[in-house]
Design a protein around this ligand. Structure first.
Ligand code: 6PG
Length: 239
Protein backbone atom coordinates (compact mmCIF):
# COMPACT_ATOMS: atom_id res chain seq x y z
CA UNK A 1 0.00 0.00 0.00
CA UNK A 2 1.53 3.30 -1.06
CA UNK A 3 1.86 6.21 1.35
CA UNK A 4 -0.07 8.57 -0.91
CA UNK A 5 -0.78 12.09 0.35
CA UNK A 6 -3.10 14.24 -1.76
CA UNK A 7 -3.10 18.04 -1.98
CA UNK A 8 -5.48 20.39 -3.76
CA UNK A 9 -2.88 22.17 -5.91
CA UNK A 10 0.82 22.96 -6.35
CA UNK A 11 0.93 25.52 -3.57
CA UNK A 12 -0.69 23.18 -1.04
CA UNK A 13 1.70 20.45 -2.18
CA UNK A 14 4.69 22.74 -1.58
CA UNK A 15 3.42 23.74 1.87
CA UNK A 16 2.83 20.12 2.82
CA UNK A 17 6.25 19.02 1.62
CA UNK A 18 7.97 21.91 3.43
CA UNK A 19 6.21 21.06 6.68
CA UNK A 20 7.17 17.40 6.27
CA UNK A 21 10.83 18.19 5.59
CA UNK A 22 10.99 20.62 8.53
CA UNK A 23 9.49 17.98 10.80
CA UNK A 24 11.87 15.28 9.55
CA UNK A 25 14.90 17.54 10.12
CA UNK A 26 13.78 18.84 13.50
CA UNK A 27 16.18 17.85 16.24
CA UNK A 28 18.61 16.15 13.85
CA UNK A 29 22.26 17.04 14.41
CA UNK A 30 22.85 16.58 10.67
CA UNK A 31 20.17 16.25 7.97
CA UNK A 32 21.27 15.11 4.52
CA UNK A 33 18.81 15.83 1.72
CA UNK A 34 19.21 15.17 -2.01
CA UNK A 35 17.31 17.78 -4.00
CA UNK A 36 15.55 17.20 -7.29
CA UNK A 37 15.52 19.50 -10.26
CA UNK A 38 12.86 20.37 -12.78
CA UNK A 39 10.00 22.79 -12.19
CA UNK A 40 7.85 21.09 -9.52
CA UNK A 41 10.23 21.62 -6.59
CA UNK A 42 10.60 25.36 -7.33
CA UNK A 43 7.45 26.06 -5.31
CA UNK A 44 8.76 23.92 -2.43
CA UNK A 45 12.14 25.67 -2.38
CA UNK A 46 10.36 29.06 -2.40
CA UNK A 47 8.24 28.01 0.61
CA UNK A 48 11.33 26.78 2.47
CA UNK A 49 13.05 30.12 1.72
CA UNK A 50 10.11 32.12 3.13
CA UNK A 51 8.74 32.63 6.65
CA UNK A 52 8.24 30.63 8.79
CA UNK A 53 10.55 27.96 7.43
CA UNK A 54 13.40 30.29 6.44
CA UNK A 55 13.90 31.31 10.06
CA UNK A 56 12.42 28.39 12.00
CA UNK A 57 14.55 25.71 10.34
CA UNK A 58 18.09 25.33 11.72
CA UNK A 59 19.76 25.43 8.32
CA UNK A 60 23.20 24.80 9.78
CA UNK A 61 22.13 21.15 10.28
CA UNK A 62 21.15 20.76 6.60
CA UNK A 63 23.50 19.29 4.04
CA UNK A 64 22.25 19.76 0.48
CA UNK A 65 23.05 17.21 -2.19
CA UNK A 66 21.48 16.64 -5.59
CA UNK A 67 19.79 13.54 -6.99
CA UNK A 68 20.81 14.54 -10.48
CA UNK A 69 22.29 17.39 -12.48
CA UNK A 70 22.49 18.49 -16.03
CA UNK A 71 25.97 18.48 -17.60
CA UNK A 72 26.12 22.26 -17.75
CA UNK A 73 27.97 24.92 -15.71
CA UNK A 74 26.43 25.88 -12.35
CA UNK A 75 25.35 29.28 -13.69
CA UNK A 76 23.61 27.78 -16.74
CA UNK A 77 19.81 28.34 -16.95
CA UNK A 78 19.29 24.54 -17.07
CA UNK A 79 21.41 23.84 -13.96
CA UNK A 80 19.52 22.20 -11.09
CA UNK A 81 22.05 23.77 -8.73
CA UNK A 82 21.36 27.23 -10.14
CA UNK A 83 17.60 26.74 -9.69
CA UNK A 84 18.08 25.74 -6.04
CA UNK A 85 20.57 28.58 -5.49
CA UNK A 86 18.11 31.14 -6.82
CA UNK A 87 15.00 29.83 -5.05
CA UNK A 88 16.43 28.53 -1.76
CA UNK A 89 20.16 28.68 -1.03
CA UNK A 90 20.55 32.44 -1.49
CA UNK A 91 17.70 33.08 0.97
CA UNK A 92 18.64 30.95 3.98
CA UNK A 93 21.59 30.70 6.38
CA UNK A 94 23.17 27.60 4.86
CA UNK A 95 26.91 27.31 5.51
CA UNK A 96 28.67 27.09 2.11
CA UNK A 97 30.46 23.91 3.22
CA UNK A 98 27.03 22.28 3.58
CA UNK A 99 26.31 22.59 -0.13
CA UNK A 100 27.47 19.55 -2.08
CA UNK A 101 26.65 20.20 -5.72
CA UNK A 102 27.29 17.85 -8.62
CA UNK A 103 29.97 19.15 -10.99
CA UNK A 104 27.96 19.37 -14.18
CA UNK A 105 30.67 21.46 -15.76
CA UNK A 106 33.24 18.66 -15.67
CA UNK A 107 33.53 15.81 -18.18
CA UNK A 108 30.65 13.49 -17.14
CA UNK A 109 32.68 10.50 -15.96
CA UNK A 110 34.97 12.81 -14.00
CA UNK A 111 32.01 14.59 -12.47
CA UNK A 112 30.41 11.29 -11.51
CA UNK A 113 33.62 10.01 -9.89
CA UNK A 114 34.15 13.29 -8.04
CA UNK A 115 30.61 13.18 -6.65
CA UNK A 116 30.98 9.58 -5.55
CA UNK A 117 34.11 10.65 -3.67
CA UNK A 118 32.17 13.51 -2.07
CA UNK A 119 29.48 11.06 -0.97
CA UNK A 120 32.05 8.65 0.46
CA UNK A 121 33.75 11.48 2.35
CA UNK A 122 30.45 12.58 3.87
CA UNK A 123 28.80 9.23 4.59
CA UNK A 124 31.92 7.13 5.13
CA UNK A 125 30.54 4.43 2.83
CA UNK A 126 27.26 3.69 1.05
CA UNK A 127 25.28 6.94 1.22
CA UNK A 128 22.24 6.81 3.48
CA UNK A 129 20.46 10.07 2.82
CA UNK A 130 17.99 11.19 5.43
CA UNK A 131 15.72 12.27 2.59
CA UNK A 132 15.82 12.02 -1.20
CA UNK A 133 13.44 14.38 -2.98
CA UNK A 134 12.29 13.11 -6.37
CA UNK A 135 10.07 14.25 -9.20
CA UNK A 136 8.64 12.20 -12.03
CA UNK A 137 8.70 13.10 -15.68
CA UNK A 138 5.75 12.61 -18.03
CA UNK A 139 7.63 9.55 -19.30
CA UNK A 140 7.94 8.00 -15.85
CA UNK A 141 11.61 8.88 -15.31
CA UNK A 142 12.92 10.02 -11.96
CA UNK A 143 16.18 11.78 -11.15
CA UNK A 144 17.95 11.23 -14.47
CA UNK A 145 17.00 7.57 -14.64
CA UNK A 146 15.31 7.67 -18.04
CA UNK A 147 13.41 4.79 -19.66
CA UNK A 148 15.56 2.14 -21.35
CA UNK A 149 18.89 3.85 -20.48
CA UNK A 150 22.09 2.25 -19.17
CA UNK A 151 21.86 3.93 -15.75
CA UNK A 152 18.87 1.72 -14.93
CA UNK A 153 21.12 -1.35 -14.89
CA UNK A 154 23.76 0.10 -12.56
CA UNK A 155 24.01 -1.94 -9.39
CA UNK A 156 27.37 -0.88 -7.93
CA UNK A 157 28.29 2.69 -8.83
CA UNK A 158 26.57 5.42 -6.81
CA UNK A 159 26.69 8.18 -9.45
CA UNK A 160 26.74 7.72 -13.22
CA UNK A 161 26.50 9.78 -16.38
CA UNK A 162 23.34 9.17 -18.38
CA UNK A 163 21.72 10.45 -21.56
CA UNK A 164 18.38 12.24 -21.49
CA UNK A 165 15.99 12.18 -24.47
CA UNK A 166 15.63 15.95 -24.20
CA UNK A 167 18.22 18.71 -23.92
CA UNK A 168 20.39 19.08 -22.01
CA UNK A 169 21.17 15.51 -23.05
CA UNK A 170 24.10 14.90 -20.72
CA UNK A 171 23.16 14.19 -17.13
CA UNK A 172 24.66 12.96 -13.86
CA UNK A 173 22.40 10.90 -11.63
CA UNK A 174 22.33 8.99 -8.40
CA UNK A 175 21.64 5.35 -9.13
CA UNK A 176 18.69 3.37 -7.80
CA UNK A 177 20.75 1.55 -5.15
CA UNK A 178 21.75 4.86 -3.57
CA UNK A 179 18.23 6.30 -3.70
CA UNK A 180 16.85 3.08 -2.23
CA UNK A 181 19.30 3.28 0.67
CA UNK A 182 17.66 6.50 1.89
CA UNK A 183 15.66 6.71 5.11
CA UNK A 184 12.90 8.59 3.30
CA UNK A 185 12.13 9.06 -0.39
CA UNK A 186 9.66 11.85 -1.08
CA UNK A 187 8.09 12.07 -4.55
CA UNK A 188 6.53 15.43 -5.41
CA UNK A 189 4.20 15.18 -8.40
CA UNK A 190 2.03 17.97 -9.72
CA UNK A 191 -0.10 18.64 -12.78
CA UNK A 192 -2.51 16.80 -15.02
CA UNK A 193 0.23 15.92 -17.53
CA UNK A 194 1.55 13.45 -14.94
CA UNK A 195 -1.82 11.76 -14.29
CA UNK A 196 -1.74 8.97 -16.86
CA UNK A 197 1.86 7.99 -16.14
CA UNK A 198 1.38 8.16 -12.37
CA UNK A 199 -1.59 5.81 -12.73
CA UNK A 200 0.64 3.38 -14.64
CA UNK A 201 3.45 3.67 -12.09
CA UNK A 202 1.29 3.19 -8.99
CA UNK A 203 -1.63 1.13 -10.28
CA UNK A 204 -0.23 -0.65 -13.32
CA UNK A 205 1.95 -3.66 -14.00
CA UNK A 206 5.60 -3.60 -12.99
CA UNK A 207 7.69 -2.37 -15.93
CA UNK A 208 10.64 -0.46 -14.42
CA UNK A 209 12.63 -0.30 -17.65
CA UNK A 210 9.78 1.68 -19.20
CA UNK A 211 8.74 3.33 -15.91
CA UNK A 212 11.93 3.98 -13.90
CA UNK A 213 9.99 5.57 -11.03
CA UNK A 214 8.96 1.96 -10.27
CA UNK A 215 12.61 1.19 -9.44
CA UNK A 216 12.33 3.25 -6.26
CA UNK A 217 11.66 0.99 -3.27
CA UNK A 218 13.67 2.04 -0.21
CA UNK A 219 15.35 -1.05 1.26
CA UNK A 220 14.51 -0.15 4.83
CA UNK A 221 13.27 3.39 4.43
CA UNK A 222 9.90 4.94 3.70
CA UNK A 223 8.52 6.19 0.37
CA UNK A 224 5.94 8.94 0.31
CA UNK A 225 4.06 10.18 -2.75
CA UNK A 226 2.86 13.78 -2.36
CA UNK A 227 0.56 14.44 -5.29
CA UNK A 228 -1.76 17.28 -6.22
CA UNK A 229 -5.32 16.67 -7.40
CA UNK A 230 -4.70 17.14 -11.13
CA UNK A 231 -1.88 14.58 -11.09
CA UNK A 232 -3.91 12.17 -8.96
CA UNK A 233 -7.10 12.29 -11.03
CA UNK A 234 -6.62 8.88 -12.71
CA UNK A 235 -5.39 6.95 -9.68
CA UNK A 236 -7.39 3.97 -8.48
CA UNK A 237 -9.38 4.87 -5.38
CA UNK A 238 -7.50 3.79 -2.23
CA UNK A 239 -8.97 0.57 -0.79
C1 6PG B 1 15.57 17.09 -13.59
C2 6PG B 1 14.85 16.37 -12.48
C3 6PG B 1 13.85 15.43 -13.07
C4 6PG B 1 12.50 15.98 -12.69
C5 6PG B 1 11.42 15.41 -13.56
C6 6PG B 1 10.10 16.13 -13.29
O1 6PG B 1 16.79 17.25 -13.54
O2 6PG B 1 14.83 17.55 -14.50
O3 6PG B 1 15.62 15.85 -11.54
O4 6PG B 1 13.94 14.10 -12.66
O5 6PG B 1 12.24 15.70 -11.33
O6 6PG B 1 11.79 15.59 -14.91
O7 6PG B 1 10.28 17.48 -13.68
P1 6PG B 1 9.12 18.56 -13.47
O8 6PG B 1 9.02 18.75 -11.99
O9 6PG B 1 9.64 19.77 -14.18
O10 6PG B 1 7.88 17.98 -14.06
Amino acid sequence: MNDLRLFSDTDALAQGAAAFIAQQASGQRRFSIALSGGSTPRALYHVLASPPFATHINWSQFHLFWGDERCVPPDHPDSNYRMAAETLISHVALPPENIHRMFGERPPHEGASAYAAELRAFFGGLPHFDLVLLGMGDDGHTASLFPHTPALHETTRWVVPNEAPVAPYGRLTLTAPVINAASTVLFLISGRTKAARLHEVLDGASDPQRLPAQMIHPVSGHIIWMVDAPAAQLLNPSP
